[in-house]
Design a protein around this ligand. Structure first.
Ligand code: ADP
Length: 500
């Protein structure tokens, strides 16, 4: 890599290939957004519960959003020091090693098409071993069963995979392959750690898991650190060869972008669902509460691990107030409506629309509203809906504290719903720790940029990044311990009644 030449460049280019859009952002040396481009991507629903995407669309929208971002800044490609990639995780693509053509559509993380295969493997008793080796749970969400589902489409496909004629990759890996014009078949540890094929303890593909999931080793990408040289883009894409020096899955990249560099630091992303991620340092923490242990990132020869908890319904509850109950017109109205009452009036809403996640793991539970009296109003229901987001977050954060033994000094937040000040205040109140909302909410792309820029020498060291961190607002807890615990006890009771 032309490390010294590229040090003088002005920008890092971050590519964020997500479930609903492909985005490209140029960051300057202060970690500020200099320009951006975005293109929507289309989900395909071939059968109930099954979700696909067209890999070519993921690639072409990545390319066009990049060109938009570069044009927006009027930057010459040589002004770009390096490229960082971040991506929707677990989504599975298989392509021909010789032609680069995908053999089927991408099977998206949301797809439940492999539920029967997961049930089969559970019945065979494989789950404890899988959990121990990978830190994950045996679920259709992850890549392994998606790979064998594609290979099971025809005996010829499986044969080609065995012969080494097919490549498997998560979205990062496929984009890397395309960007390097087929020169590099690789991924990073964070993406590998979401496949169910990666032994988290050994930091290697696991032979026993490959056998259980019927995945031929010949199709797997090389696994590299998250920060370091992956390859050079082919000259035909941007008129210049650019080094790709950072890759991480979206939630890990956001954790890095939030500068959660020390054990115990936690970020929460408030979107349709919530993703809570905690840095656990060099320890792989097995969870008693169904949280996932995962690779946070690897750089300078060291892997940092993380605990992750997903909340299925967060912003989705607010969408339901809008579209289902129709008591608000847009998501942001929820703040004003809920502010008209000073508390929930005893009303609790458990949004188990698709069951309950960590720490309850109850797929059969369904949502409910409790504590209704003649005095309950739409304001109370709206407040209870917002509260359900922060209460679920407390459930996960408390599980993380118990699992890791680490104390959590503060919560760093990002995602669309963090615009809601009442929500953020309630989050600080129910956790009893400060909630910090940074000025830059593009933390996923920023994390990928940091990983790339540290490797290319654009930012010489981790410590240089701390002055990029600017808080927009800190929400300090304002209620008494008694108040907090009474409030939380009401939630626990509501949860107990909801469980199937
Ligand atoms: P995603 O990436 O999952 O699409 P975003 O980060 O764009 O999510 O956030 C959108 C979600 O946040 C939606 O579910 C929406 O209902 C919710 N949301 C957006 N603004 C607010 C707000 N002011 N108050 C509460 N929820 C909000």
């Amino acid at each position: 890599m032309q490390k010294s030449a590229r040090k003088q460049a002005d920008f890092i280019l971050a590519l964020d290939q997500g479930t609903t859009s492909s985005r490209a952002i140029l960051f300057d040396r202060d970690g500020k957004v200099a320009g951006r481009g975005q293109e929507e991507v289309t989900p395909l629903f071939p059968s109930p519960g099954h979700v696909e995407q067209d890999p070519n669309q993921l690639w072409l929208t990545t390319l066009s959003s990049t060109r938009k971002a570069i044009d927006a800044v009027g930057a010459a490609p040589r002004e770009i020091s390096a490229i960082g990639l971040t991506n929707q995780r677990e989504t599975t693509i298989i392509w021909d090693r010789h032609t680069g053509v995908p053999v089927t559509n991408a099977v998206v993380w949301q797809s439940r098409i492999t539920s029967p295969e997961c049930a089969r493997l559970k019945a065979l008793g494989h789950e404890p071993l899988i959990r121990e080796k990978t830190g994950l749970v045996l679920d259709p969400y992850f890549s392994a069963t998606k790979i064998s589902w594609i290979l099971d489409q025809s005996p010829a496909l499986r044969q080609r995979a065995e012969n080494g004629d097919l490549c498997f990759g998560t979205v990062d890996s496929f984009l890397l392959w395309r960007l390097t014009a087929g020169q590099v078949h690789a991924t990073d540890v964070t993406n590998a750690s979401r496949t169910l094929l990666w032994n988290l303890h050994e930091g290697a593909w696991d032979q026993e898991l490959l056998k259980i999931f019927r995945v031929p080793q010949a199709m797997l990408p090389e696994v590299k650190p998250s920060s370091g040289l992956f390859g050079m883009t082919d000259r035909k894409w941007f008129g210049e060869e650019l080094p790709i020096t950072g890759i991480a899955g979206d939630q890990q990249a956001a954790t890095f972008g939030q500068q959660c560099f020390t054990p115990g630091l936690v970020k929460n992303t408030y979107g349709t669902g919530c993703f809570v991620v905690m840095n656990t340092g060099s320890s792989i923490v097995p969870s008693k509460y169904g949280l996932l242990a995962t690779a946070g990132w690897k750089m300078s020869g060291q892997t940092t691990f993380a605990l992750e908890g997903a909340i299925f319904a967060a912003g989705a509850v607010i969408q339901w107030l809008r579209d289902g109950l129709q008591i608000i017109q847009q998501a942001s109205d929820s703040e004003q409506l809920a502010s008209r009452v000073s508390d929930n009036g005893g009303v609790y809403l458990v949004p188990a629309f698709v069951g309950l996640g960590a720490p309850y793991w109850d797929a059969e539970a369904r949502g409910a509203i409790y504590g209704l009296t003649r005095g309950a109003t739409k304001e109370h229901v709206c407040r209870a809906a917002l509260e359900s987001i922060v209460l679920q977050t407390r459930d996960v954060v408390e599980s993380m504290t118990c699992d890791s033994g680490l104390s959590i000094p503060e919560l760093r937040v990002d995602g669309g719903a963090t615009a809601n000040n009442l929500l953020m205040q309630m989050q600080a109140d129910i956790l009893g720790i400060p909630v910090q909302r940074p000025q830059i909410l593009e933390t996923t792309a920023l994390g990928a940029a940091y990983l790339a820029g540290l490797a290319s020498g654009f930012w010489p060291q981790l410590a240089d990044l701390s002055h990029h961190w600017h808080v927009d607002r800190v929400f300090e807890p304002r209620i008494s311990v008694d108040h907090r615990e009474t409030w939380y006890a009401g939630w626990k009771k509501a949860i107990e009644r909801t469980r199937s």
